[in-house]
Design a protein around this ligand. Structure first.
Ligand SMILES: NC(=O)c1ccc[n+]([C@@H]2O[C@H](COP(=O)([O-])OP(=O)(O)OC[C@H]3O[C@@H](n4cnc5c(N)ncnc54)[C@H](OP(=O)(O)O)[C@@H]3O)[C@@H](O)[C@H]2O)c1
Length: 335
């Protein structure tokens, strides 16, 4: 059994040496337990703050296995809930094997994971990223058909899903993404009405005004910082900001950049609401069923970027903060 543990707290952008590969004998399941072999593990920007400090979840301690979502196969079982050979998903962490009593682990229902819905979708578009998009937009965003939605990191797992859900709800949808290739994907496959390549713009607020001259109603924010400011300056009366993530702040070592424009909150009666997707846990299955139906009907698409090799987990994670990623980044750790 191999696992990646936190070796030391990163200073700014994490380094591979902040993580340590630990080997141990593969454990055997006890009565009521099963041994799951990881097949795919996720890397998530939201892990970064927890390498340094508590967030809505506790900080990792030195030596802790890095937590993540995973899809695996039950390879030995003494539990009727986890039959041998079944595919399952759960918060396995960066580990090659996990012993589970079934808590927090879901055997993949073959009726849901069929057609265009692959097992890895359970930790992508039908997992935490997709559910973040769903509840952030449909609940906190309070969307009305005909309104305009702006989404940052629009080619990412959360952003791409939020954009497409917005389209299905009859919104005009605009993405912000880094680079021409990502913007082509956003306006092509994702069907956005426009995409702004923020790397090519010297004045992002003006660029948003150019594509949405009447302003925006909802800003779904994955990034924070300068992109948040530029969006605030374009929000209409009663505009809403959904705070999903603040990726541009996660590696900052000093004082966060923060919001620089607050007066529009008064003049435009804006509201801003933060999201913890786990608060919607009881409604996950309802959202998953709807999104799976949309995927199979061709109304919702998802893109996964698979990196091979358990040993590449830290590298794959660090790449999230370099703009390398396209869609949901997963690491295949076993054939
Ligand atoms: N609130 C919740 O419950 C919840 C749950 C899950 C995820 N989230 C949050 O949702 C957000 C999106 O997650 P995701 O999994 O879909 O990841 P993601 O958006 O694909 O994250 C990677 C992308 O973020 C962008 N990025 C990275 N560093 C940046 C920087 N300094 N400035 C601007 N953009 C930067 C890059 O895209 P570009 O090249 O386009 O810039 C990069 O490819 C994250 O902030 C995550 O923490 C929140």
């Amino acid at each position: 059994m191999r696992r990646w543990a936190l070796a030391r707290r990163p200073d700014g952008l994490p380094q591979e040496t902040d993580f340590e590969l630990v080997e141990a004998p593969t454990p055997s399941p006890g009565e009521g337990e099963a041994l799951i072999e990881s097949l795919y593990l996720s890397v998530d920007p939201g892990t970064r703050p927890r390498l340094s400090a508590d967030t809505y979840a506790a900080a990792f301690r030195i030596g802790d296995t890095i937590e993540s979502a995973g899809v695996g196969r039950v390879v030995a079982s003494r539990s009727p809930r986890l039959p041998e050979g079944a595919l399952a998903m759960g918060g396995f962490g960066w580990t090659s094997h996990v012993v589970s009593d079934g808590r927090g682990v879901q055997v993949l229902d073959p009726a849901l994971f069929t057609g265009k819905v692959s097992p890895t979708a359970s930790i992508g578009i039908l997992g935490i990223p997709g559910l973040t998009a769903w509840f952030g937009l449909t609940d906190l965003g309070r969307p009305n058909a005909g309104e305009t939605l702006l989404v940052s990191s629009a080619a990412g797992a959360v952003g791409a899903t939020a954009l497409q859900i917005g389209r299905q709800l009859g919104l005009t949808v605009i993405g912000i993404a880094g680079g021409a290739a990502k913007c082509d994907y956003v306006t092509g496959e994702l069907g956005a009405d426009a995409c702004i390549d923020y790397r090519a713009e010297s004045d992002l607020a003006a660029a948003i005004r150019r594509v949405a001259p009447d302003g925006i109603d909802i800003f779904f924010d994955n990034v924070g910082g300068a992109q948040l400011d530029a969006a605030i300056l374009n929000l209409k009366l009663n505009g809403r900001v959904v705070v999903s993530g603040q990726t541009s702040e996660y590696n900052s070592t000093g004082t966060p950049r923060g919001i620089r424009y607050v007066t529009p909150f008064i003049t435009q009666r804006l509201t801003m609401a933060g999201l913890v997707v786990y608060d919607y846990r009881k409604r996950f299955t309802e959202a998953q069923a709807q999104m799976a139906a949309w995927i199979n009907a061709g109304k919702l698409s998802y893109r996964e970027e698979i990196i091979d090799g358990f040993e590449r987990l830290p590298e794959a994670f660090i790449g999230l903060f370099k703009g390398e990623t396209f869609g949901r980044r997963l690491v295949r750790v076993a054939p």
